[in-house]
Design a protein around this ligand. Structure first.
Ligand code: FES
Length: 380
């Protein structure tokens, strides 16, 4: 591994703290961005350790808190963590599938001081929603919980991950979000990390599908202007010719703490060949400002060509380090989604493959499949 950069004089605090409370989840979405190396009984921070993370994060300057997973509702101490977040002055967001939620819990979270809830759906069609989630009960539960969230007066984000199996339903997905009273609709095309990368060939839409869906969203924006939810359509990196400024820059404002306390600059960085510190042994101040892992891709000193001399390096920061590693095996390379990258042909090949997609089932995110993926491939 090349030498890490050093902390920049202008380095500000982590404004966003993402607490991935657990990797446990009752659903099995094949596009989940969690690591594929799931194992039963993986260690999780205790309530006290999470409270300490929240305190240290706030002292560092974090103002936004995401409570996520896996499914954060499987943590019984969630109300306690929400109360702690409220007392520390965070603006707190719960990112949930709605599974395990109840009207009573929504009320309990409100009383504890939770500010915002994002609920995810897989589709507007109950059967497809349930098939994608790997749960027969998912759709009806999500509907009931979206209603409960609104009844408690929460601002609600309605989130759907888009891919080639549900892009054609985008009109009815937006209609459902409007009907449920969503304040924001996040139509997030799958990015290919974690399980989604493993299922890329089964998920990736064609450019034609994507453009058709984008047009529908544009028309809805005009129709709903001023009287409906805000619609956010996130294009997959693979169809952008310029890289996205992933995480708004490595170690610039996002700090993720994973269930076992490993601290990361983004939710996918665990796969990188970098040793990241753990909150149980290192202070968050040291992690943020002093650790090699967080300093590794700060600034421009780490960049190679074509990033190093690119006019856009100050705005796209070389794109996504995790994507560079996943596709090229080297996180120092330019993000292959960039058309200047010498590896851009890999992204073009994936787009080409999406024209004749593989008709095979998604590999669902569960322990059995994670176990299978850990086995070395059979020699033929
Ligand atoms: Fe890790 Fe983009 S997801 S840097």
């Amino acid at each position: 591994m090349e030498k890490a950069g050093s902390v920049l004089p202008e380095q500000g605090p982590p404004l966003w703290l993402l607490a991935e409370l657990t990797y446990r989840c009752p659903l099995q979405c094949g596009y989940c961005s969690n690591p594929v190396d799931l194992q039963r009984g993986q260690s999780e921070l205790t309530t006290q350790q999470w409270c300490d993370v929240l305190q240290q994060g706030r002292a560092l300057g974090a103002v936004q808190l995401g409570l996520s997973g896996g499914e954060p509702l499987v943590r019984r101490d969630l109300p306690e963590l929400i109360s702690e977040a409220r007392s520390l002055g965070y603006y707190s967001n719960l990112l949930t599938s709605g599974m395990g939620l109840s009207q009573a819990k929504v009320k309990q979270f409100k009383d504890a001081g939770l500010d915002h809830i994002q609920i995810s759906f897989q589709d507007s069609d109950p059967d497809l929603n349930n098939a994608l989630a790997g749960s027969k009960k998912a759709f009806s539960q999500k509907l009931a919980m979206a209603q409960a969230i609104k009844e408690q007066g929460y601002p609600m984000v309605f989130n759907v991950v888009l891919h080639r199996h549900n892009l054609a339903q985008i009109e009815s997905i937006i209609d459902l979000a409007v009907e449920l009273g969503a304040d924001y609709v996040e139509l997030a095309n799958s990015q290919y990390h974690g399980w989604a990368l493993h299922n890329r060939e089964q998920l990736m839409p064609s450019q034609e599908q994507l453009l058709a869906a984008e047009l529908v969203v544009k028309n809805y924006r005009e129709k709903l202007a001023g009287k409906g939810p805000a619609l956010l359509f996130v294009v997959p990196d693979y169809y952008e010719n310029k890289p996205n400024p992933c995480m708004n820059g490595w170690g610039k404002m996002f700090l993720t703490v994973t269930p076992d306390g490993t601290a990361l600059p983004c939710h996918s960085a665990r796969q990188l060949p970098i040793q990241f510190p753990n909150v149980t042994t290192t202070s968050m101040n040291e992690i943020w400002y002093g650790s090699d892992g967080f300093n590794q891709f700060r600034g421009e000193g780490w960049m190679r060509e074509p990033c190093r001399s690119c006019d856009d390096r100050g705005t796209d920061f070389g794109g996504c380090r995790c994507q560079a590693f996943a596709l090229t095996g080297d996180p120092f390379n330019a993000d292959p989604s960039c058309n200047k990258s010498p590896h851009h042909h890999l992204v073009q090949a994936a787009r080409q493959a999406a024209l004749n997609p593989l008709e095979q089932p998604l590999v669902l995110r569960n322990y059995a499949n994670a176990e299978q993926l850990r086995k070395p491939p059979m020699r033929t």
